[in-house]
Design a protein around this ligand. Structure first.
Ligand code: SAM
Length: 371
């Protein structure tokens, strides 16, 4: 509850950051530029809408950890669509212009289309509609693509780590067929969710033999295939540097077979390095999240399924926004908390990876914080 001075009593969850009073003084509806201690503005928001998934990718939600005994969040702990919409509106006032829905598997959240409909009505501080994107494993996409598009989804990224059933099963630890994912991708293209991006995480000795088959499958399709270096997110995947197939190596393997030419970034801070096939076969992306950290340009906040704000994928803790929200905090107070937390942000884990990994911090799992 808010006390007589309009201040939320300090709780264990909110002690680590002071609300930003310049934001508190602003009137509703005014845009505000905020930047962190490394001068990075707040531009993007990733929202995890569920911590559950229908796959058990070994590098993300290993079955031994995320098994029958695993305590997923109970429904009451999840932010409701109304709560997400309200918080999203505040992030937008502070500079966000792009929202990505993720998880867990976002298509498992019942009525996700209704959330998209609400978010798609929001406008950034310059009056432009907010761009709404979604990352999915596409298992449920073929039946949902149309309703997602109609709800106002702007873009979609599909995760697919191999084309052969055997490789896909090894990576996803599931009986789902590759066909289901490819059908989902086709459906997304058919309804005009273009350009569809496909993300492939590479793990040495597990799926790197599929780099060329994947590249050749998606060449000339209008789909942008992006190769992602396997990262040490969370604490359950047993990450080792030896398992990482570097972006440089991926580039060399593809370039040898199908010559590539560099493409300029689409916007400042784009995480994927863009390349096009010299013969006009389309474009690929390389995301060197381990070997060429892009912390310096990271403008991304993450909202976990239960309403905690994280400022880094490799965070160990975040700021609870759900508690003050449910206790009745007004918009100025909440915006002040978000701004205060962002302004004190100094994380750059990927640039400091080697020291940080050595200290074996307990990092938040990606399925919870949102990939
Ligand atoms: N379930 C959805 C999906 O599969 O796209 C969204 C959540 S998933 C956590 C988001 C993305 O994170 C996927 O592309 C997945 O491959 C990627 N990812 C998960 N763990 C990763 C890791 N350790 N390194 C690199 N990428 C990872």
């Amino acid at each position: 509850m808010i006390n007589s001075r309009g201040i939320i009593p300090i709780t264990s969850a909110t002690t680590r950051f002071a609300p930003d009073h310049s934001v508190l003084r602003k009137q509703n509806g005014e845009g505000l530029f905020i930047a962190d201690t490394l001068r990075r503005p707040l531009r993007d928001l990733r929202i995890s809408v569920t911590d559950r998934c229908n796959l058990r990718c070994t590098y993300c939600m290993p079955r031994a950890v995320f098994d029958q005994e695993h305590a997923f969040l109970p429904r009451a702990e999840l932010l409701s669509f109304e709560e997400i919409e309200r918080l999203a509106g505040l992030f937008i006032r502070l500079g966000v212009h792009k929202i990505r829905l993720t998880g867990g598997e976002p298509l498992l959240r019942r009525g996700i289309e209704h959330l998209i409909e609400r978010l798609a009505k929001l406008h950034d501080t310059t009056g432009k509609p907010i761009e709404i994107a979604l990352t999915t494993n596409a298992v449920l996409l073929s039946s949902k693509a149309r309703s997602l598009k109609d709800a106002g989804l702007s873009r979609i990224s599909v995760s697919l780590d191999g084309l052969s059933e055997q490789t896909f099963r090894r990576m996803s630890d599931s009986d789902v067929s590759v066909r289901a994912v490819l059908d989902g991708i086709d459906a997304a293209q058919r309804v005009g969710l273009a350009p569809v991006k496909v993300n492939m995480v590479l793990k040495r000795g597990v799926n790197d033999h599929e780099i060329i088959p994947m590249a050749e499958h998606f060449r000339n399709s209008g789909i942008i295939l992006r190769f992602i270096e396997y990262m040490d997110v969370g604490s359950s995947n047993g990450w080792r540097m030896d398992d990482v197939v570097t972006a440089k190596e991926i580039y060399e393997r593809i370039h040898q077979r199908h010559p590539l030419q560099a493409v300029d970034p689409g916007y400042p801070g784009e995480v994927a390095e863009r390349w096009r096939y010299a013969d006009g076969g389309g474009e690929i992306g390389l995301i060197a999240s381990v070997t060429q950290a892009f912390c310096g340009e990271c403008t991304r906040a993450r909202l976990s399924t239960d309403g905690k704000l994280y400022t880094c994928l490799f965070a160990t803790d975040g700021a609870d926004l759900r508690e003050p929200l449910r206790a009745g905090a007004d918009d100025q107070m909440l915006a002040g908390m978000i701004a205060g937390y962002w302004r004190q942000r100094n994380d750059r884990y990927s640039q400091l990876r080697h020291t940080a990994t050595a200290s074996a911090r307990q990092k938040i799992e990606m399925s919870y914080i949102g990939g």
